[in-house]
Design a protein around this ligand. Structure first.
Ligand SMILES: [Zn+2]
Length: 287
């Protein structure tokens, strides 16, 4: 009986030990997986307009204070901001990626990029890509200053140049003339019944026009591109890549996997009242 009992004790002790070892392995695996999960992933943030007047605040317009809170949070959390060109370079060279990476983007090229955004980026040493529309900058380059209203104005070509000259900003392509909704083509999507060749010609021609304009203006062709309204036509990615784009930004709200080029960057829309901190919580829950 005594012998049986002690055998039982040894058996349970061995069982406990095995369980502890197993738990240990499980714990180590979990921690390891977390590190790996964070390291090859990127948080993509999408902003549009930044204005002080609360009457403008909505899904596509935040206040300068909200932007500042976001940048404060990201730097406090130890995020490294990556520009599309930097992400492309890292992936191309197979270099190590930052442990916590964020890509901050501003779409449509509003003039508030130089008025409010750039000074904040410089203050917090965070970098962002500004995806501009050729037609908008053409229009606002022609417009006399006294006819401009900061609440609606887009960047002039001179201001695009000013942005690019900062180490905290980079220019991305958001099409020359395809930022339109309501005509026979929605953004970069296909027209109804449009054949491959006509679609390729229209899309490639448009993207290339802005690539060439920017290479003359700032001496380089953007590597980043954002789809207007997040609308993507069948076969669009390949056409856009053939114009030298390697980083394509979408409006899908999920983590981005940094698994090679071309890179698709999924972006969370930073709406008024939705902090970068709350977006980060959602991002973590999706890893
Ligand atoms: Zn847009």
């Amino acid at each position: 009986m005594e012998k049986y009992k002690s055998q039982g004790f040894i058996a349970s002790a061995a069982g406990l030990l095995a369980m502890a070892v197993m738990l240990g392995i499980l714990f180590a695996a979990t921690v390891g997986a977390d590190e790996v999960r964070m390291q090859d992933k990127l948080l993509g943030l999408m902003y549009h307009q930044v204005l002080k007047d609360p009457s403008y605040h909505n899904d596509y317009c935040v206040s300068p204070d909200e932007l500042e809170e976001d940048l404060k949070f990201l730097s406090r959390e130890g995020f490294t901001s990556l520009l599309p060109s930097e992400a492309a370079q890292l992936l191309q060279n197979g270099e190590e990626l930052p442990e916590k990476a964020v890509m901050i983007s501003f779409d449509d090229g509003y003039e508030t990029a130089v008025e409010y955004v750039l000074p904040l980026l410089e203050k917090y040493k965070m970098k962002a890509v500004f995806n501009i529309v050729g037609d908008f900058s053409d229009e606002y380059t022609e417009l006399p200053d006294n006819e401009k209203n900061l609440s609606f104005a887009y960047l002039s070509w001179q201001e695009v140049k000013t942005l690019e000259e900062s180490e905290y900003a980079e220019i991305g392509n958001h099409t020359y003339s395809m930022h339109l909704n309501g005509g026979d083509r929605q953004g970069c999507s296909r027209k109804y019944g449009e054949d491959d060749e006509s679609y390729r010609k229209a899309l490639y021609g448009d993207i290339q026009q802005l690539q060439l304009k920017l290479s003359q203006l700032i001496g380089k062709r953007p590597v980043g591109f954002a789809y207007p309204f997040g609308l993507i036509g069948e076969g669009a990615d390949k056409i856009i890549e053939s114009a030298g784009i390697t980083v394509i930004m979408t409006c899908e709200e999920k983590p981005t996997v940094l698994d090679g080029l071309p890179l698709t960057v999924n972006r969370y829309n930073r709406a008024h009242g939705r902090s970068a901190e709350s977006i980060y919580q959602k991002y973590l829950s999706q890893l």
